[in-house]
Design a protein around this ligand. Structure first.
Ligand code: G3I
Length: 428
């Protein structure tokens, strides 16, 4: 069907077409039956009314950070799961990211071993549910395992980084939509002229670590969109504006040096009160587009720790941020995906922290996501869905199905460069 004839379709028709794609991508029969039944009975957040279907109908990806430990993958595979979280994740998202399961501290119990149990579980689930996967992340200053401090030296750090990236990105080669190769490398507060963070990687390897990470990732998984992911670049405050300028500088340097980079991730941990994202971010996104980069909203949630008032007030304020932010950002043609950091407030990192930025004045739990503690849609769900509908045109050519997963491959013995059976050079 041509794009011209697509204009003659109603939104619902295109959504249904998109849902048909999802079915073709291998959704189990029970899920399709439930979608049809619920959609016909007027429940308006599932099937063609889900975020997943609306996103697909507008050529977008909607997704969420998930906790693989909570997924009933076997039940999903056999079509028998009654687990609400599992069903919600399958129903609503067409792209997933592991909240923690692909980070160093989860994958690297020791300097010489890898544990892919939860990461593999997520990949298997996404394959079954016809979802793409973002990889998060290959190099970060946080979530580094304890052994790293006593093992990593200036002499072996490059080998450790290369080995890790070859092994992890190589394992999932061809099956990852985009990799956050380096996460949060900019921190102007550290006072370097280039704005780069004084991270362990910087201390050990200098700024060259960035080039090492991206070139290694490009070799290990040539199909993944190599992404630079950052927070604190959304607002028009002097702090965020300065950080944004350093990120742009970094991306330009990548381009000038021929370092492979395809996308920028804008984390989007936003606040219900105070300054809101504005023209500065839009200008930034346009600059990245001019550089030929895609842009993704990678970790959206809305914090209400400073907001007085009950749940209705929280919900309204949070929904307003989703509406304004995504309305603005998704309208940019190179913004192709929006992910929330979690899907329900039951598992949001914001509700797991006791930090001042997390605790509300009334002690109540926060409601930062499209679904609440009982997995019911919040006003943010509808704001998100409306933003998808209004910011991007309908397309009669919904996203192609993700590369076919081969779950059996996951459990084959390693055959990638940098096999964990070999001890990294210089490791004690
Ligand atoms: O699972 C253990 C639990 O067994 C233990 O009792 C408990 C004690 O602290 O820790 C639990 O692990 C915590 C884990 O979250 C699961 O809740 C870790 O300590 C904690 O460090 C970890 O925090 C994660 C954080 O990244 C650091 O990796 C958050 O879940 C995760 O939401 C957060 O995500 C980051 C993105 O990766 C990058 N952008 C910012 C975003 C939010 O901080």
């Amino acid at each position: 069907m041509s794009l011209v004839s697509a204009k003659l379709l109603t939104r619902r028709q295109v959504s249904k077409a998109a849902l048909g794609m999802a079915a073709a991508a291998g959704l189990p029969k029970w899920l399709r039956a439930a979608q049809n039944a619920m959609s016909q009975s007027g429940t308006n957040t599932v099937g063609p009314d889900s975020l997943r279907a609306h996103a697909a109908a507008h050529g977008l990806l909607y997704g969420a950070a998930v906790v693989p430990e909570l997924l009933d993958v076997d039940g999903f595979a056999s079509g028998t799961t009654s687990d609400p979280y599992t069903r919600l994740v399958a129903e609503q998202a067409n792209i997933l990211v592991a909240e923690n399961a692909m980070k160093w501290h989860r994958l690297r119990p020791t300097a010489t071993t890898f544990d892919f149990t939860q990461a593999d579980k997520l990949m298997r689930f996404a394959g079954l549910a016809g979802q793409r996967v973002r990889g998060h992340n290959l190099c970060w200053h946080e979530s580094i395992p304890a052994w790293f401090k006593t093992t990593a030296t200036k002499d072996n750090a490059k080998q450790l980084l290369v080995n890790h990236i070859q092994t992890v990105a190589g394992r999932y080669r061809g099956r990852i939509h985009s990799w956050d190769v380096v996460n949060e490398a900019v921190n102007p507060k550290d006072g370097r002229g280039d704005g780069l963070r004084k991270s362990p990687w910087m201390e050990l390897l200098g700024p060259e670590y960035l080039e090492i990470a991206y070139t290694t990732a490009a070799q290990a998984d040539p199909d993944a969109k190599l992404t630079y992911n950052e927070y604190g670049i959304e607002l028009d405050t002097p702090e965020d504006s300065a950080k944004r300028a350093f990120v742009l500088m970094l991306l330009r340097r990548f381009k000038a040096r021929g370092i492979p980079i395809h996308a920028v991730g804008i984390q989007s941990h936003l606040q219900a009160n105070g300054p809101q994202p504005g023209a500065g971010l839009v200008a930034f996104i346009r600059e990245t587009r001019a550089m030929g980069l895609e842009a993704y909203v990678t970790e959206m949630d809305v914090n209400t720790h400073k907001l007085q008032g009950g749940p209705e007030l929280q919900d309204a304020a949070v929904a307003e941020v989703y509406k304004n932010y995504l309305g603005r950002v998704l309208a940019e043609p190179n913004v192709l995906a929006a992910l929330t950091w979690g899907i329900t407030s039951a598992h949001s990192w914001i509700n797991q922290s006791k930090e001042p930025w997390s605790v509300r004045p009334d002690g109540a739990r926060q409601r930062p996501l499209p679904f609440d503690d009982n997995l019911q849609p919040t006003p943010a769900f509808f704001a998100l869905r409306n933003a998808i509908d209004t910011a991007k045109p309908l397309t009669a050519q919904p996203l192609a199905a993700p590369p076919a997963g081969k779950p059996q491959d996951l459990y084959k013995p390693f055959a990638v460069p940098g096999s964990p059976t070999t001890k990294p050079q210089g490791a004690s």
